[in-house]
Ligand binder design. Structure first.
Ligand SMILES: *Cc1c(COP(=O)(O)O)cnc(C)c1O
Length: 404
């Protein structure tokens, strides 16, 4: 594993780029090119045979994309990284890499909706099965392992209930049984949690969210512990499936990533203020935030996360109607799925991100009709609280009307 002495705050600005090799350009140049010319036929032959390093064609590598990949490798303390056209492209590529027909994947109980969809395609077409379990104890995980199990795939915190999966426990069990561990680290970003440092084999991100942070790109990133395996992946699954990132998107991500530490600190600070405010509201029933001292999993949060990040989920009184009225009563806070943007976003999991999950399953996952998920942005916290306050006032009036 590459040992970096520099802090993450410095790595996001400098890693993987040497301006002296690019005419002194302070900003990373955008290499908007599909192919690269060779000096001679012989050079082309050597590039293809691997005898000489260098660019061939942008599906196999691009200098702008490469800077982003190197920066991510350092941030996640890995051996190598690959950039993809979406978070889902990173998910599907790593699962294709790790499995063959007949294998079994062990998953955390809550996983991203499209990941769940992908697992169902894999089951129907290739008999690659999966189990969704809570992963709360060693015994429970061991009972779910079958001779066909090849990997453990987890998300933590789990969307939208913010439940945590204990990464140290997962790694311990996986090592004992020779399983690979993949972690979808989208919700925390590489600034707040580093699963590879705990012992996971792969970590992936929907870079659409915190890594870009500006709501204008769809992209994915995969970082692996083993540099050779990641290079093999580049020349196999990534090259042949072709789910690559465009140079322009990489350029935007390099720009967004520079402020990741600053943004994550502000997202967290704002979320902590909103948490205190929401806790004081009589119309709020339950509230979920990993770094809340009242959270029974607080100890796990402290062990594996640097801070709580920007996501808070909570339930309001009045069921689905109450939740929808509350959302409609907001003006600054936007009703939208996605997360990690400068704008504060609110969404209703039961009718939006998790609407395809059957109601009974949603119930088991703790997703009630009155649950709302807030992605706290970078606005001034007092303005956000004022917006929430006016929505609570409207909800209060309507609830008391109905009570009379
Ligand atoms: C958004 C998201 C994805 C999918 O990423 P896309 O960039 O939309 O393809 C995967 N996992 C999590 C946790 C996400 O939030």
């Amino acid at each position: 594993m590459k040992k970096n002495k520099l802090h993450k705050d410095t790595l996001v600005v400098h890693e993987g780029y040497d301006d002296t090799k690019h005419h002194g350009s302070l900003a990373v140049p955008l290499y908007q090119t599909s192919t690269y010319s060779f000096d001679t036929a012989e050079q082309g032959e050597k590039r293809f045979s691997g005898e000489e390093a260098g660019n061939i064609y942008s599906r196999i590598g691009n200098p702008t994309v490469r800077v982003l990949e190197e920066r991510m490798t350092a941030l996640e303390e890995g051996g190598g990284a690959l950039a993809f056209g979406s978070g889902m492209a990173a998910v599907s590529s790593i699962l294709v890499h790790l499995t063959k027909a007949g294998d079994h994947i062990l998953c955390s109980r809550g996983i991203y909706g499209c990941t769940f969809g992908l697992l169902n395609i894999m089951k129907e077409k290739y008999n690659i099965t999966h189990s969704l379990i809570s992963m709360t104890s060693e015994e429970e995980i061991e009972q779910a392992i079958t001779p066909e199990t090849v990997c453990i795939y987890v998300e933590t915190p789990i969307n939208p209930t913010m439940e945590l999966v204990d990464l140290h426990l997962i790694v311990k069990v996986a090592k004992k049984h020779g399983l690979r561990v993949v972690v979808d680290n989208t919700f925390t970003s590489p600034y707040l949690q580093n699963p590879l440092a705990i012992g996971a084999d792969f970590v992936l991100h929907s870079a659409t969210k915190y890594i870009n942070g500006h709501g204008d790109v769809i992209a994915g990133l995969l970082v692996g512990k083993d540099a050779d395996e990641m290079e093999k992946l580049r020349y196999s699954v990534q090259k042949d499936y072709g789910a690559i990132m465009s140079p322009f998107d990489a350029w935007l991500l390099i720009r967004g990533l520079k402020t990741l530490p600053v943004r994550m600190e502000r997202h967290t600070a704002n979320a902590e203020k909103l948490l205190v405010y929401l806790k004081g509201q009589s119309l709020v029933e339950d509230i979920y935030y990993p770094f809340d001292k009242g959270n029974p999993q607080y100890e796990i949060a402290e062990r594996q996360m640097k801070a709580g990040g920007g996501l808070i989920s909570f339930t309001v009184k009045g069921g689905k109607k109450g939740a929808q009225l509350f959302m409609d009563s907001l003006s600054l806070i936007k009703i939208a799925v996605s997360l990690g943007d400068a704008e504060t976003l609110i969404q209703h999991p039961a009718t939006m991100t998790h609407s395809s999950v059957p109601e009974e399953e949603r119930g088991k996952m703790g997703i009630s009709d009155s649950l709302l998920r807030l992605s706290v942005g970078l606005e001034h916290p007092e303005d956000l609280i004022a917006d929430l306050k006016s929505a609570f006032t409207i909800l209060e009036k309507t609830n008391s009307l109905h009570a009379n």
